[in-house]
Design a protein around this ligand. Sequence first.
Ligand code: ATP
Ligand code: MN
Length: 464
Amino acid sequence: MDTISVAEARKSEAVGRVVQLRGWVRTRRDSKGGFSFIELNDGSCQGNVQIVAPGELPNYDAVVKHLLTGASVSITGEVKASPAKGQATEVHATAITQLGDAPAETYPLQKKGHTFEFLRTIAHLRPRTNTFGALARLRHRVSKTIHDFFDEQGFYYIHTPIITASDCEGAGALFRVTTLDLDKLPLTPAKSVDYDQDFFGKPAFLTVSGQLQVESFACSLGKVYTFGPTFRAENSNTPRHLAEFWMVEPEMAFFDLTDNMNLAEAFLKRIIRDALDKCPEDMAFFGERIDKTLLPRLHSVLEKPFLRVSYTEAVAILEQSGKTWEYPVGWGRDLQSEHERFLTEQHFQSPVILTDYPRTLKPFYMKVNDDGKTVRAMDVLVPGVGEIIGGSQREERADVLEQRMREQGIDPTAYQWYLDLRRFGTVPHSGFGLGLERILLFLSGMANIRDVIPFPRTPGNAEF
Ligand code: ATP
Ligand code: MN
């Protein structure tokens, strides 16, 4: 006898098979006819499979009739075509074993709806709900698509380090990695911390981005990407920022900014298409239960080409909008979420790629334009989320790059290896970073980034 998943048991091809199923009871309903219906879920898919438990089961009165929401069970039975609407199959049980109990007085996931805030306090149990099961499956699917997309296009997957001794962008607060005893710090004669005695012999941090390291592989293997956890110790308590998040960063030799934008657009569209095609049940759930405007929005994004607009034009649009902003607008000021969302949601009503930002707003590695004032940056903005991708063409001229470091207060001696990429066989190249949790917000319609990662880390919170 085969053990199969609920997903398999729900398909009509399973009819006639005698199988074992294992999972968790969602609900039990006792019929007057002396038998029970159990809705069984094992997380393999959104839907449950209906188990028909006959009164003749030897443990019917002692066990089956007492099965509660959340109890774990093993069931043997035959898959049959279901006479009921909305399900192709049901399983007629010949044996039911309870593996674990879930007392109603203490098991927090009873049938009634819970707020997402409450579910965050039980993040270890929330994957048993429809919403968080769907999010976990979607997260898997998007990760798979990322690897598929790049593999099909001839990219190589590079593992960049998590621990780094260079503050990648000179921006973004870093988490320190140390083995020094913070209560008894070794000091130099000048009374500053003696990092010679630390594990790496110098200050070390958790990475904010794998970009600089992956550039070294782009400048040798051509098309590469890194995909892994990144860390930012910024104290930004927003629905769009995490202290630990996953980022995918492709980097391509010989790509200019236009090639980079074309790749970013094709990449986002592929992720959306795969989610719709390969997670239809979960995506329908999000469209029905999380955000009614979600599916029309995703389809419209698939159909339209992304608009491409310079930062300078965008600022003019914002200035002429007649709106009052919480944060002021003006050439040379960074765009805030409210501005980005106005542009993509109201003004253009479409994804938009903003390019050519002032050099003062962007990191040293972005290529300086001929105007001397702007850099070849691109931010992709999408409705509902705002910035989802940040990228650029990279500065390939060693002298300009070094000057940009000095301009931003970064000591070039720490980046000699990075400058070497420009000293020896330099090539034009480009890349971008996509936050995995930002694309999951966009795909699911969920409002808070804490709910699209299994165990969120945010200021003041590292539970579980
Ligand atoms: P933002 O302006 O939204 O704070 P950023 O400009 O600091 O983002 P980048 O350094 O450009 O972000 O990072 C590339 C991508 O990584 C962003 O476009 C976004 O998708 C994602 N990202 C950045 N910071 C975070 C964060 N704290 N939590 C989750 N995702 C993030
Ligand atoms: Mn950015």
